[in-house]
Ligand binder design. Sequence first.
Ligand code: USQ
Length: 395
Amino acid sequence: MRVFIAGVDGYLGWPLAQHLSARGHEIAGVDAMLRRAWVAERGSVSAVPIASIGERLAAFRDASGASLSFTHLDLRDQPKLGETLAAFAPDAVVHLAECPSAPYSMIDFEHADFVQTNNVSGTLGLLFAMREHCPDAHLVKLGTMGEYGTPDMDIPEGFFEVEFRGRRDRLPFPRQAGSWYHWSKVFDSQNVSFACRLWGLAVTDVMQGIVYGSWCPPSDPRLSSRLDFDEAFGTSVNRFCCQAVIGHPITPYGSGTQSRGLLSLADSMQCLTLALEHPAAPGEYRVFNQLRDVVSIGRLAELVRDAARALGISARIAPVDNPRAEAEAHHYNPDSNKLRELGFRPSAPIDVELRRMIDDLVPHTDRVRAHAHRLPPTVRWEPAAACTASAAEEP
Ligand code: USQ
């Protein structure tokens, strides 16, 4: 299959290119190289050093014997995106090219506006370019479990049956996102499903939980994927592991009773591949909830602490005030059967994956320690009055 990966330089995109190529698929990729810039803007680095895109492409060739056709572009550049898609003529398109950070979107108006414009316009640009140049290709679009929020009922995969005033229908399950970033994904889902109805595109919208884990093939460090730990681009699990390796206290926010769906990077690769190799039908808009374990953040902190201790690293937990406005005590029971029905078999259990990640991080302890000041949360989901008050208190 010819697979076009938008966001091929990212945490998921770079391993996905390698994983699909190893299964015999032909890969082309585009990236605006923005993730590197955002992390630098936050004054941080990837804990695992990453090669330049040129070095990555050379390593890809050396490892697979195949070349990855790469184009540096922003999805909002319609003419260039159109040309690139037309030249490659993909069977499938994977859309990972978005700003993925809730805290980054909550910094101020400029960041909220950027994240929503970048994500929503980029997705719209891709939809129009696909309509024009590859209307039969299957689109696998990365959404997020965070679109649903934490309703006080089980979460189905995208749709549910509702009865209202004596009539029944199958309707999209309500979305109640908790950051400007998560709302951008909600808007994407609406646009993608509309394009599907309008133009007959085949789409899988993946509601993915929090992905964690390292990708460090021992054969060649140029193949490694990034692993962020700063407050904006590091997600909870990866941050907790980086905190543990440098002896920084692990920081569950608030009571730590908030629950999330998690899956390892290896499992994410497996799930995205299953979606690609079992495409949606023309005109079908299907939604997969992509997660493996549901775990509370407090329990997660304990799992990371214990994984570190098993490797001889003394780690400790120190809860901090929750900088986010989010429910801490809530029901959380999402369905996730569709990928299992397609054959998803979770790989290593979470404690094994955590030990593997910590092992991969140990050689890079100094890089993390040098940027440890980027670990504590500074972005707060506060109403205007509270923001003004905390700004006034600053020295
Ligand atoms: N959290 C802590 N301590 C930390 C960092 C986070 O307790 O040091 C808590 C947060 O308050 C939140 C939970 O961990 O309750 C998850 O936060 P996160 O930063 O791991 O994940 P989130 O902001 O929700 O976003 C991440 C990815 C995003 C993806 C989403 C999937 O950045 O792209 O969409 O995970 S989900 O969480 O299912 O919406």
